[in-house]
Design a protein around this ligand. Structure first.
Ligand SMILES: *[C@@H]1O[C@H](CO)[C@@H](O)[C@H](O)[C@H]1NC(C)=O
Ligand SMILES: *[C@@H]1O[C@H](CO)[C@@H](O)[C@H](O)[C@H]1NC(C)=O
Ligand SMILES: *[C@@H]1O[C@H](CO)[C@@H](O)[C@H](O)[C@H]1NC(C)=O
Ligand SMILES: *[C@@H]1O[C@H](CO)[C@@H](O)[C@H](O)[C@H]1NC(C)=O
Length: 853
């Protein structure tokens, strides 16, 4: 138990008297030295918990015939077998080789080791059957075979091991039944979980006087459990979950008064949950969900002082939650959904200060919620759905700072929705649907970042708050006939709409004071003259930012001489407004419904960009649909796209390393914002240097959201693992993540890959598909190869864009950016960091620059 490292020491031939050698729990590495063969008197050899390699049984070991203790578990041994020559170690008592990379079968010769008391080979890759002859090891007290690949049946012969006390064969592929002979042993612990065992549990198990731990879960055992199980011993832990047990549930498990765990979920008992467990005051962890229990649930169960988890979900229990529940003051999980519990929720529940999860859904609870329920400050999940709760919902919910899930749907709650819900910092699941909530939707709710949002089927009225004014919220707002909205088609429009032209001039007078930070979203129909005079139909213009310009001044200037770019999707114009401001206008080919693809690009850009505000994402100023055309207005970016600047003539000189680094960091922040701060998150799907625009200070803004897609994350998924299949081809050649080729699935990790390519571009100054990489090579493979082949960083300097010389480069920082780029372009999406992590890593580099200065 030190931190000695390096190889184990060699012994010279004189060490013939050494009888005990203990190097355990150190940092030794390398093989067991051959010189250990001289230790002819050694009886105790303890090398466990080191970093030893080589075989677990070196050939010469079997010459150390005095060995009684061979304790070498927890090392990094090479895969090796237990040699048949182990029989030479005939006085072995203890073999401890947990997690030692053992393979192959247990040799029959092991059965000759008559002195063996403890044989522990857990967590290895041993296979084949447990040898029948093992019954010869009559001194065996402990047999640990768990977490291997043993198959076949449990040998009947195990029943000969009259001294066996600990037996664990869990997590194997064992088949067949539990032999009567084994069940008859006086075991303290019997663990057979996670196998393929079936049949009844022999009644004789109930005669056991030692049994304190019984784990039979995840098998296919069936029939009734022995009636008196546990009656003769002091049972502590009992887990029979996920089997096919049926019939009566034993009443004697707690006879020894030390039972703390009962786990039965996923079985088919057809009985009550015995009353007597209400007296089992040692109980703390009870999970009996989905076990087909029925009848009145024992009242005094709610009096248990140590109870921590009570999961009774999905049975047929009846009864109430009585006031004495306050005596279970340690309860952190009270999960009783899916039963027939009824009555009021007693205010005594507010005394359970450790409650984290309270699931009462799908029962028959009635009455009001005790208002003190907001005193449960540790509550993370509150589920009350599918009951008959009524009255107002408590208003002062701001104490629920840990609440992530609130589901009260399908009840009869009335009154207003508490606006304080909007202040809850981690709430992300909110379902208030199918109640009688009335009044307006509190604007505060729009601050939440929700995975699930449902206010449908209530009696809400008034205007839909701006933050919910998008199609992703429509479903969650339906069934409230008195709601109105300025732009959602499924709702009647609100009274007194204010035309944008009026609003703009009105606000100009006010100097935009009020609107400075509020986004303005209005639709107006304007009849224009000038170029558009001839058109029969008016066009629609939607403004996303504060105004200050008119349609006419924009459209009259979409002329040839103002074209600054042209591409497959349309043309980009540079328009100087009357105010002197310069904006960029992209006019897409094809008008409404004439060209589906353009329509989709347009829609996608408007939907995503219209609501996004971030310093590293280009601002959409307005969108406009006219007859035969669509147009989008953006802030104008002085320096064009990163791709043009970088690969243009002067790229190297203009973009020195510090500018390139600032571009990398800014673009990363923009993407991180899209992935992690937008709700729903947005995947850009076409990250490339041509879609990163540079402002007058060469700071980046991410642009072109034509392929972007908001992503509704499946519930329960963490950042970074959400996936959404996309139907349209995403991305640009050279930037597309490899998984797209075989899954057509795009996740935010695909953006991370594309961003990694941009990083490489920034470092190398090369285009992703530069011909110099050769056939079958892209910029990622090329760079990875150069880096792998360069032992010294100096050699990797050949990667760096020569146009940055003799710039005062910070090589350390560039090296770090290369490392980040390699991470981002990992072949496996799971190995790529999230954009948030990328930002952190890049920011560390900012500090590093400062430090080295
Ligand atoms: C020993 O190994 C532990 C665990 O890997 C590590 O934390 C510790 O630093 C090592 N000590 C030495 C001296 O190598
Ligand atoms: C084991 O001991 C025998 C007899 O002492 C010797 O001949 C043999 O070489 C030893 N084997 C190993 C592998 O050291
Ligand atoms: C309550 O729970 C805590 C830990 O959660 C534990 O340490 C304590 O012993 C428990 N108290 C009782 C009475 O069970
Ligand atoms: C909202 O709740 C209603 C009623 O409970 C349900 O029918 C609907 O599917 C839910 N909508 C969403 C988007 O979850």
């Amino acid at each position: 138990s030190n931190e000695f490292s390096g190889n184990l020491p060699d012994f010279s031939p004189e060490f013939t008297s050494l009888f005990s050698l203990d190097f355990s729990s150190n940092n030794f590495s390398g093989k067991i030295p051959r010189s250990f063969r001289y230790l002819s008197s050694v009886t105790v050899l303890r090398l466990f918990s080191n970093y030893l390699t080589g075989p677990a049984f070196p050939e010469f070991i079997t010459n150390l015939t005095r060995l009684t203790h061979y304790e070498l578990g927890y090392n990094l041994f090479d895969p090796s077998e237990i040699p048949t020559t182990i029989e030479k170690l005939s006085i072995l008592e203890v073999v401890w080789l947990t997690e030692s990379n053992l393979t192959g079968k247990i040799p029959e010769s092991l059965c000759t080791l008559q002195s063996l008391k403890s044989f522990d080979v857990a967590t290895n890759s041993l296979s084949g059957e447990i040898p029948k002859c093992i019954g010869n090891l009559t001194n065996l007290w402990e047999l640990e075979l768990f977490d291997n690949k043993f198959s076949g049946e449990l040998p009947e012969n195990l029943g000969k091991l009259k001294n066996l006390y600990l037996f664990d064969a869990s997590q194997n592929n064992l088949t067949g039944m539990l032999p009567e002979s084994l069940a008859a042993l006086q075991l303290g612990s019997l663990n057979l979980n996670d196998n393929l065992l079936r049949g009844n549990i022999p009644a004789i198990l109930a005669e056991n006087k030692n049994l304190y731990q019984l784990k039979l879960f995840n098998n296919s055992f069936s029939g009734e459990l022995p009636a008196n199980l546990g009656s003769k011993s002091i049972l502590n832990e009992f887990d029979v979950s996920t089997n096919n047990f049926s019939g009566e549930f034993p009443t004697t498990l707690c006879s020894g008064k030390q039972l703390w765990q009962i786990i039965t979920f996923n079985n088919r008992f057809s009985s009550k949950f015995p009353e007597i467990y209400g007296n089992c005051s040692s109980l703390s962890y009870v999970r009996i969900s989905n076990s087909n229990f029925s009848g009145e649930f024992p009242q005094n169960f709610w009096n248990l002082p140590h109870l921590d988890t009570a999961d009774l979900q999905d049975n047929h229990f009846e009864g109430t939650l009585p006031p004495i529940i306050s005596n279970s003051f340690n309860l952190s999980r009270l999960l009783i959904s899916g039963n027939n519990f009824s009555g009021n929720l007693p205010s005594e529940i507010c005394g359970l200060k450790k409650l984290i999860e309270l699931y009462l859904g799908e029962n028959r609870f009635t009455g009001e919620l005790p208002s003190c329920i907001t005193e449960l400050k540790g509550l993370q999940k509150l589920e009350l759905q599918g009951n008959m709760f009524s009255g107002e919902f408590p208003m002062n919910v701001s104490s629920w700072v840990q609440l992530t899930d609130l589901n009260v749907s399908r009840n009869r709650f009335s009154g207003e929705i508490p606006s304080q819900l909007g202040e809850l910092p981690v709430l992300n699941y909110l379902d208030l649907s199918d109640n009688l909530f009335s009044g307006e939707i509190p604007e505060e709710l729009t601050k939440l970042k929700l995975n699930e949002f449902n206010l449908s089927n209530n009696q809400l009225e008034g205007q839909v708050p701006p933050g919910f004014n998008n199609k992703y919220c429509v479903d969650g707002l339906s069934g409230n006939p008195r709601l109105c909205s300025s732009n959602l088609k499924s709702f009647p429009s609100c009274p007194k709409p204010i035309p944008v032209s009026f609003l703009v001039s009105f606000l100009s007078v006010l100097g935009f004071v009020l609107m400075s930070s509020i986004s303005l979203l209005c639709i107006t129909k304007v009849q224009t003259d000038g170029e558009f005079k001839k058109r029969r139909h008016p066009f629609k213009m939607v403004s996303f930012q504060r105004g200050g310009f008119s349609e006419q001044e924009i459209f009259s200037r979409l002329t040839e001489e103002n074209v600054i770019g042209s591409g497959g999707s349309g043309r980009v114009y540079r328009v100087t407004l009357n105010s002197g401001h310069v904006i960029a206008v992209k006019k897409l080919w094809g008008g409404e419904d004439k060209n589906m693809d353009m329509g989709l690009l347009f829609k996608s850009e408007v939907e995503t960009l219209g609501s996004v505000r971030h310093g590293n994402i280009v601002k959409l100023l307005f969108s406009c649909i006219g007859e035969g055309f669509r147009a989008l207005g953006y802030e104008y970016m002085e320096n064009g796209s990163l791709g043009d600047v970088l690969h243009g003539e002067k790229g190297g000189e203009i973009l020195d390393w510090s500018r390139r680094f600032a571009i990398a960091l800014g673009a990363a922040q923009g993407l991180a914002y899209l992935h992690h701060d937008c709700v729903p998150a947005i995947i850009h799907r076409d990250v490339k240097s041509n879609n990163i625009l540079l402002d007058d200070k060469f700071l980046p803004r991410i642009a072109d959201f034509g392929l972007a897609k908001p992503m509704i994350k499946p519930r329960g998924m963490e950042d970074g693992e959400s996936a959404e299949a996309m139907s349209r081809i995403a991305g640009s050649y050279g930037y597309i993540a490899p998984e797209y080729g075989y899954t057509l699935k795009v996740t935010e990790k695909s953006d991370v890959y594309s961003f990694g390519v941009v990083l490489i571009e920034l470092v190398t100054g090369k285009r992703p598909n530069d011909a110099s990489f050769g056939e079958n090579m892209d910029i990622v493979k090329w760079m990875t190869e150069v880096v792998l082949q360069s032992h010294e960083f100096d050699q990797a300097k050949q990667l760096i864009d020569p146009r940055m010389y003799p710039d005062t480069c910070n090589y350390k920082q560039i090296k770090k950016v290369i490392e980040i780029a390699i991470l981002c372009t990992s072949a496996s999406p799971a190995n790529r960091p999230t954009m948030r992590r990328v930002v952190d890593m890049l920011k560390d580099q900012v500090t590093l620059t400062v430090d080295t200065k």
